[in-house]
Ligand binder design. Structure first.
Ligand code: AMP
Ligand code: ZN
Length: 467
């Protein structure tokens, strides 16, 4: 079955074909965090979608080479450092660290490269690209000394966001800092230094200053992945102007098609609005962990809805995530109990779960199949009809699927000795038909966060669901 993705560029579902399947890994670029504060879980929805995409490509047998940039210089980082009264590098360092901690808590696979915009290698490349754009008439230095991209000169500007330039021409009020531009839509490639920038500046042929946000990504992506990338991702808010600008800059320099597949995820919402720093309606990963949820539960909550469908964040959704994971954990525990009886293994071939993922990463359908399978195999286990070979086959299948989902519990669940003791006492009470005592003991077990299930093979303990 062919792998298919919705390409923002064509607005169509397309079959995925890597540029050069024989020779090189898939080149994947994902826009990373701007480190002026701790990333919020909306940002992490985007990173988890990208993680799912990479892992699925790998399950499919592709090698993936992925770069995720860190934007450590822009208006917001400079403002933040100034307000905190610390040098830019010191200011951004804490948020870089926080980003990696949070990504780890959410089990996001590390990219192969994490380029930082302030790395001199990339600054040099940005300057080189801007120089080329000027020499081709695609950029100009304005009276304010900043360098701008001349969007009128780039054929097809707007081809990703699907608008035509005339829409931009109806101006409205022109902001002060836009007086010097030829066209209101021209965007800064190089921002001339001003006092507010303090000591954040680099030398360039156009005087000292700093790069614009868009050129950072064009320079880092082409430096690390080459002129032509297979897949480029971000949230939908990145489509315009950021990714449109990246196309104009990169193709303006190389004259080659920059990206083959553009994939964008819909937003994480709160009460129907985009979760955003500027709206103040955000949670960070530590905010969620402080409420007693695990990174794994948050991973599940952010993963479970198709990436192109907006997802509303609620605490109820977090509880549902916990319940779903408990069902998976219990299922795995039961399969292991049955499977232990024999070492025979029989593979389960590709299922609807994989097929759903092939279909533009349809995770909702994939999870639907998973829970349907859990229901069916649990029923078979209740009736003692699932043999060890089948249980092991499911466990093998799960191992394969889990390389994409990464939802296994942190540690093998160990039943605490107190709970085992209570369960024994309850068994005794039941044998003596002392139902009152048995019920009391069930409640005490429950208070420890465990549940007793009476099966044909005797009582079994499982962890209880939501608190
Ligand atoms: P930023 O740090 O603002 O550059 O954003 C980093 C990534 O997070 C980008 O890919 C954004 O598109 C994405 N993003 C920002 N807010 C949200 C949100 N509420 N839901 C999903 N993705 C988001
Ligand atoms: Zn970017």
């Amino acid at each position: 079955m062919a792998l298919r993705f919705f390409n923002t560029y064509s607005r169509e579902i397309e079959e995925f074909e890597p540029r050069d399947p024989a020779k090189r890994p898939i080149r994947m670029y994902t826009c990373g965090p701007t480190v002026y504060s701790r990333a919020h879980i909306g940002n992490f929805r985007a990173y988890i979608f990208e993680d799912l995409l990479q892992r699925h490509l790998e399950l499919r047998g592709y090698k993936v080479h992925r770069a995720m940039n860190i934007t450590d210089v822009d208006d917001k980082t400079i403002r933040g450092a100034r307000e905190a009264g610390v040098p830019l590098a010191k200011f951004t360092e804490q948020f870089k660290k926080a980003f990696f901690e949070d990504a780890m808590a959410l089990r996001i696979k590390r990219a192969d490269e994490f380029p930082c915009a302030t790395d001199q290698r990339y600054i040099d490349r940005m300057i080189e690209m801007i120089r080329t754009l000027i020499s081709k008439g695609l950029a100009y230095q304005a009276d304010d000394k900043s360098v701008y991209f001349r969007i009128n000169k780039f054929p097809g500007y707007g081809k990703l966001a699907h608008f035509d330039l005339s829409q931009l021409q109806s101006t409205g009020r022109v902001k002060h800092d836009e007086y010097d531009k030829e066209h209101i839509g021209d965007f800064a490639l190089w921002k001339a230094w001003d006092e507010e920038d303090g000591d954040v500046k680099w030398d360039s042929p156009w005087g000292s200053g700093r790069p614009g946000w868009h050129i950072e990504c064009s320079a880092m992506s082409t430096a690390l992945l080459g002129d032509q990338i297979d897949i480029h991702c971000g949230g939908v808010d990145n489509i315009f102007p950021h990714h449109e600008a990246e196309i104009a800059q990169s193709e303006g320099v190389t004259d080659k098609r920059f990206v083959r597949y553009w994939l964008h995820c819909a937003h994480l919402l709160v009460d129907g609005q985009k979760m955003a720093k500027s709206l103040g309606n955000f949670y960070t990963v530590p905010d969620v962990l402080a409420k007693g949820y695990t990174g794994r539960e948050l991973r599940y909550a952010l993963l479970r809805v198709h990436y192109r469908v907006p997802l509303n964040f609620t605490w109820e959704g977090m509880n549902e995530a916990r319940e779903s994971l408990d069902r998976i954990d219990e299922w795995l525990m039961r399969l292991r109990e049955v499977g232990e009886k024999q070492t025979v293994k029989r593979p389960i071939e590709k299922t609807e779960l994989e097929e759903a993922l092939y279909d533009d990463l349809n995770i909702s359908a994939a999870l639907g199949f998973l829970f349907e399978s859990i229901r069916e195999t649990n029923r078979a286990m209740d009736e003692g009809k699932l043999d060890a070979a089948s249980a092991n086959a499911w466990l093998e299948w799960w191992k394969r699927i889990n390389s994409v989902l990464d939802l296994e519990p942190e540690v093998e669940i160990v039943v605490p000795p107190e709970v085992t003791q209570l369960a024994k006492e309850r068994e005794d009470a039941r044998r003596k038909k002392n139902w009152k005592r048995s019920d009391e003991l069930r409640e005490r077990i429950s208070a420890f966060g465990w549940e007793v299930r009476d099966t044909k093979e005797g009582p079994k303990l499982t962890r209880r669901g939501a608190p």
